[in-house]
Design a protein around this ligand. Sequence first.
Ligand code: TYD
Ligand code: MG
Length: 458
Amino acid sequence: MAKEKTIYTCNDCGGTTPRWLGKCPHCGAWNTLIESLAESAAPAKNRYAALAKSSPVTTLAEIEARDVARQPTGLNELDRVLGGGVVEGGVVLIGGDPGIGKSTLLLQALDALQRAGQSTLYVTGEESGAQVALRSRRLGLDGSQVQVLAEIQLEKILATLEATRPAIAVIDSIQTVYSDQLSSAPGSVAQVRECAAHLTRAAKASGTAVVLVGHVTKEGALAGPRVLEHMVDTVLYFEGDTHSSFRLVRAIKNRFGAVNEIGVFAMTERGLKGVSNPSAIFLSQHAEPVPGSCVLVTLEGTRPLLVEIQALVDSGGPSPRRLSVGLERDRLAMLLAVLHRHAGVACMDQDVFVNAVGGVRISEPAADLAAMLAITSSLRGKPLPRGFIAFGEVGLAGEVRPAPRGQERLKEAAKLGFSVAVVPKANAPKKQDKAFEGLEIHAVERIEEAMELARSLG
Ligand code: TYD
Ligand code: MG
């Protein structure tokens, strides 16, 4: 087949050039030109030809609004993040570090769907069919009827999808797929984008639900193309420490359900098992309270989760380091400034390390108070009291702002036997409730108040 013409398009301004250049001739931005297929002028090849025949427009009121049909995968925690199950013609992008369990989870899901009577296809570009078969035996999926295709060429994959019309197809991974039409290497932004676009179109046209597996860059972004996130309906993200057994799957975009819902799994020797009551799995077990540790009650999706925030403050050199794992580093710098300015706690000449235990990523600002309490506890070398929890957002003016659904968080902490809580004033319960029994709740309005309280309690 003759190579189709390719052009280079600027990511910033959309300008095109026939050759690759370091600098976009249109807007002057550096390193923004990406290879893509030139739109063919011939009508037969026009990729939008099918759309030209679309039906007349209707008003919203005339359209029968029925809920999308979902097929539950049978893995409850996965269904939870998907918003109930896979949607016909829906495209899901699932990302995560190597070895975190993407292939394992999807193979389990496909097998469950196949056993529920759906036709499934697993396209593997990273492993051979034999390796996938070996994995399925290890997972205990004996006699699995999941169809496997070991292929990385886009055109062949599309033809197979067209011929077999499965209800759901997994492409593991999108970075290994390449199209003949582009000269750039598999895994390059241009290839990934073009292949994902074709697969998305195929999904919409045929009604096959497509799951794309994507690798994650060192910075934690879904590799290369953020643009993939715009193309697909749902973006799921694996989190967790590959050394611990717990894995979180988080929805960061979902056209068919709620975002920020998380699914929790434990990796066992027989694959991933859902954890339906995960609130206490991220607590490390200290026999005695230790300095620099504060338990945070965070709310992920619909379930509260208790996570230990650890801090280590240690004398640093002339340019002290601020490092955080699981929390935003910029936020940490801000919290240190607030601590200094409003609570008189100076860490200027100290290295500060903060870690959310278990590899959880916490993006909500309600983690502020717990992080600050952990930092001051480490700085003073004094542990917080036994059974201590905290949550609340801290503003630049030193005010402690309420966290969403504070009462639910407090209830979960009380249920798990925690005994002391420092929370924003607006989150403190107004009236006595049996659910908070055993939990001594201290309401604070300002960060200096919280620090004073921690000092008197500890
Ligand atoms: P995998 O699904 O291959 O990860 P990814 O596709 O995201 O790269 O996961 C592989 C890891 O999971 C590997 O380190 C071994 C572990 N594992 C188990 O602990 N139990 C199992 O049953 C399986 C299949 C894998
Ligand atoms: Mg894999």
